[in-house]
Ligand binder design. Structure first.
Ligand code: FE
Length: 333
């Protein structure tokens, strides 16, 4: 971005051709994206500038309009991807590579967004206090037997909103509300912190089970400081009574303004390549979307699971209903 500004100041014609570059607005943490950026830059010579955007991605892109420097948006959660698409700040991307490498269920029919990794929302269970087979379904988390034993982050967190959306997709709003009340009544403490904090709470003996995403357990096991807490839990893959395990994605979209469209497409396609998919799998313990790319040894050791049958677009469409229920039952209160 700086190079363009400088070129404009000096008058482009006097300068040699600018090196190719791509500007990325990332909601994903910089340290996670960096290994991907480094590998792509080394291979192609294309510079990737990453701006970390924590909040208000759609609003920022709308405000910047045609003059936005951003080419690509990297984010997590289908609802967030759709918010950006619905704000009208993305453009469709037709690419044989993306079509071949990303299963149709994990990308937009209209080519506006593309999933790059998947993650399951599972139960972390205390190794010493939860028996094999004790954790069964998401529905069962509302049953008496879990009274005072569950920890979870805020109900309003995107990951939990998506899970509640999936519950509505399976059973309808009335059931989902009763379920939420049941889970709330089973909490060991008020919702607090992130997914990693729930693992720490289990290790500290505050609760026996918690909801969380798969890769956080992987991250903690890889971190010497956090490993002791992570070692206190094992991952269990619950299912919906009439379905599978709840899964969400991280993904990418090209902005409508994209000043570096060609280079941006190259980066998008590279993110769906064997090489990038392997980096996602190894460095962040996420599930690659590209069929045939290996999971990390750790993730593979957790075994197979059946992803839920409800589609990501179905789940995203139920987000407003889910938010309403979570507020109605005052889940965090
Ligand atoms: Fe996350």
């Amino acid at each position: 971005m700086r190079k363009i500004a400088l070129a404009a100041l000096l008058g482009c014609t006097a300068l040699p051709a600018l090196a190719e570059e791509v500007n990325v607005y990332s909601h994903r943490q910089p340290e996670l994206i960096q290994p991907l950026v480094d590998a792509f830059q080394a291979e192609t010579g294309i510079t990737v500038n990453v701006a970390f955007v924590d909040k208000g991605m759609a609003e920022r892109l709308v405000a910047e309009g045609d003059r936005s420097p951003a080419d690509l948006v990297l984010t997590v959660d289908i609802a967030r991807l759709l918010q950006i698409v619905e704000a009208g700040v993305t453009q469709p991307v037709q690419s044989d590579v993306l079509e071949a490498n990303i299963p149709a269920t994990l990308r937009d029919e209209g080519d506006q967004w593309f999933g790059l990794t998947t993650r399951a929302r599972i139960v972390y269970a205390a190794k010493d206090r939860v028996a094999d087979g004790e954790v069964t379904t998401y529905e069962d988390l509302a049953s008496e037997k879990w009274k005072g034993r569950i920890c979870v982050r805020s109900g309003l967190n995107d990951y939990n909103v998506a899970l509640v959306s999936a519950m509505i997709a399976h059973h309808g709003e009335e059931y989902a509300k009763t379920w939420l009340e049941g889970v709330k009544a089973n909490l060991a403490r008020k919702p607090d912190g992130g997914d990693r904090d729930q693992i720490k709470a289990i290790a500290a003996g505050e609760c026996d089970i918690a909801l969380g995403n798969t890769y956080y357990l992987g991250q903690m096991l890889a971190d010497p400081e956090q490993k002791p807490a992570a070692d206190a839990v094992r991952p269990v893959f619950p299912v919906f009574e009439d379905g599978g395990t709840h899964v969400n994605i991280s993904g990418v979209a090209m902005t409508k303004a994209a000043p570096n469209k060609e280079a941006a497409l190259k980066f998008m396609e590279w993110l769906a390549s064997d090489e990038a998919q392997a980096i996602y799998a190894e460095t962040n313990n996420e599930y690659p979307v590209e069929p045939g790319v290996k999971r990390s040894d750790l993730v593979a050791s957790w075994g197979e699971f059946t992803p839920d049958s409800k589609t990501l677009t179905e789940i995203a469409a139920l987000r407003p209903a889910a938010l309403k229920l979570i507020e109605e039952v005052n889940f965090d209160g």
